[in-house]
Design a protein around this ligand. Sequence first.
Ligand code: DC
Length: 241
Amino acid sequence: MGHGELRGVVALDGPSGTGKSSAARRLAAALGARYLDTGAMYRAVTLAVLRAGVDPADADRVAEVVHAARVEQGVDPEHSTTALDGEDVGVEIRGPEVTSAVSAVSAEPRVRALVVAQQQAIIADALDGVGGVVVEGRDIGTVVAPDAPLKVYLTADPQARAQRRAKQDSASGRVSTVDATLVDVQRRDALDSSRAVSPLRPAEDAVRLDTTELDLAGVLAALLRLVDERGLVAEPSGRVR
Ligand code: DC
């Protein structure tokens, strides 16, 4: 697409429904980079907990299950995949059971330590390989990749976020209303922001981008501008522009 190639890590954080996933995927694809969806990994370990019949509030048993679970997160922006113990769980991890349990599971410090270590290994691999990776989540700029040369914190009005989330759900064949989604979005924000370990918050050096009035093309254009301004784009030959 003539944008050149990303060098380094772009950290995209923010609450759900801000357009993070679509923008992160598109940015990575445009810049020949890898794409890491860290939320999918927390969702996969949450599915392991539910399948084991363990109460998400039982921290010790949750930590045991997650320790034993094998999550493989693909990093192709055109085809992001998630496998749990060798099985493709890309659809199941988006279901309501996982969505309502994921905040409790991901609040457990032992779970975060395991998952963050795996994410850091995936990022190191991507940097060794293609040289650039776009990582989306809640704690990428603060914990997973604190040295990332570009950190962006996406925000949007709760109503706009609920509308986007409900639209995604119905596109995937799940029944949901904007009102119910708004309640869920606000519940998860409160849980994700108030947990003791790695709460959702912008890194001090993050650029804030409000996406309420932007469509996907607008968010992508803003991100491409930031990446360019930071000098993180190289010509395919490797020369930094
Ligand atoms: O981005 P998502 O909605 O798929 O994320 C699912 C949950 O995982 C979200 O409620 C919070 C948690 N999460 C997290 O704690 N840290 C991350 N880096 C990514 C997601």
